[in-house]
Design a protein around this ligand. Structure first.
Ligand SMILES: NC(=O)c1ccc[n+]([C@@H]2O[C@H](COP(=O)([O-])OP(=O)(O)OC[C@H]3O[C@@H](n4cnc5c(N)ncnc54)[C@H](OP(=O)(O)O)[C@@H]3O)[C@@H](O)[C@H]2O)c1
Length: 269
């Protein structure tokens, strides 16, 4: 019989990353976590791989749980089982659903003791994400520690006001895609400069990784590290002048502001 304290509605990429992280760090034992999914395929597979409980019956899944993690796709919320309202009474509900506001979540989970809206990003899948979160009511002590242990499985986390989430969706949520595009542009530029494609791809990736690690390790502002590589009238200086003349910073700013506006529009739909 299922007696798990932590229940997952959905067992896809993100649920799997959280569950594997929690088990690896021994924060929960496998039998303390249970999951379900729509077709049951992903949930059954995750349970087989990790030893957690697969429980397709909603009341049996949710009754013993103290924390319910909503880990299905945002578009599934509208058609979610209406019994969730009663089955999540007095529980802490943590939503991973991109773009679903606390007000929208409260329509599906009206009796939760508290609601948490999170905004993770894709590096979360390897424990290197940054997750912003906001709550319906101030978190009580035990809920905060349980939530933060869970989010730590995905990387770093920060609590914010809900009004900041559109901007954070653009910067943190979409940010990896912008960086992937930057790496692709570096690779193409390397090929244009005469490098073999595999050499250009490797150097573009390793340079991005190395520079990010250096930033994180030194804690210096990016401008300071940039200046250390830039000698007057040297090669970096010549390249940076092109970036400045083509409005590089303005372009990135417009990219983030446009994505933030779109996040706002989508979360109102
Ligand atoms: N992946 C990321 O890095 C990332 C980043 C930011 C936010 N998110 C958010 O995280 C959530 C999950 O994303 P994901 O990438 O993990 O998705 P995913 O891999 O596609 O997994 C979705 C899971 O939800 C299940 N499901 C669908 N409808 C359901 C229902 N009505 N009840 C219970 N389970 C249901 C699916 O079950 P079946 O397989 O059986 O159909 C599957 O297990 C999304 O809301 C997304 O917005 C993800």
């Amino acid at each position: 019989m299922n007696s798990s304290k932590l229940a997952f509605l959905g067992a896809g990429n993100l649920a799997s990353a959280i569950i594997r992280g929690l088990l690896e760090k021994k924060i929960y034992l496998p039998l303390e976590i249970a999951c379900t999914s729509k077709t049951n395929l992903t949930a059954r597979k995750l349970a087989e791989e990790t030893g957690i409980v697969f429980e397709p019956d909603l009341p049996l899944l949710l009754d013993p749980a103290d924390i319910v993690v909503v880990a299905f796709k945002p578009q599934s919320l509208a058609s979610a089982d209406p019994r969730l309202a009663e089955f999540t009474r007095d529980k802490l509900v943590v939503s991973l659903l991109a773009g679903k506001s606390l007000a929208t979540l409260a329509r599906t989970f009206p009796h939760a003791r508290n609601l948490v809206r999170t905004m993770p990003n894709t590096p979360a899948a390897i424990g290197a994400g940054v997750t912003s979160y906001t709550t319906q009511a101030p978190l009580r002590h035990g809920d905060r520690s349980a939530l933060e242990l869970m989010l730590a499985a995905l990387g770093t986390h920060l609590e914010v006001d809900e009004s900041q989430l559109d901007a954070l969706t653009a910067l943190g949520g979409s940010g990896p895609a912008f960086l992937f595009e930057y790496v692709a542009a570096m690779r193409e530029a390397g090929i244009a400069a005469g490098l073999a494609p595999e050499v250009a791809a490797k150097v573009a990736l390793e340079t991005t990784l190395g520079a990010a690690r250096l930033l994180a390790r030194t804690g210096e502002p990016p401008e300071a590290l940039r200046d250390k590589v830039t000698s007057p009238n040297g090669t970096t200086f010549a390249g940076l002048q092109v970036l400045a003349s083509r409005q590089f910073r303005e372009t990135i700013k417009e990219t983030i502001l446009t994505a933030a506006r779109r996040a706002g529009e989508l979360s109102k739909d």
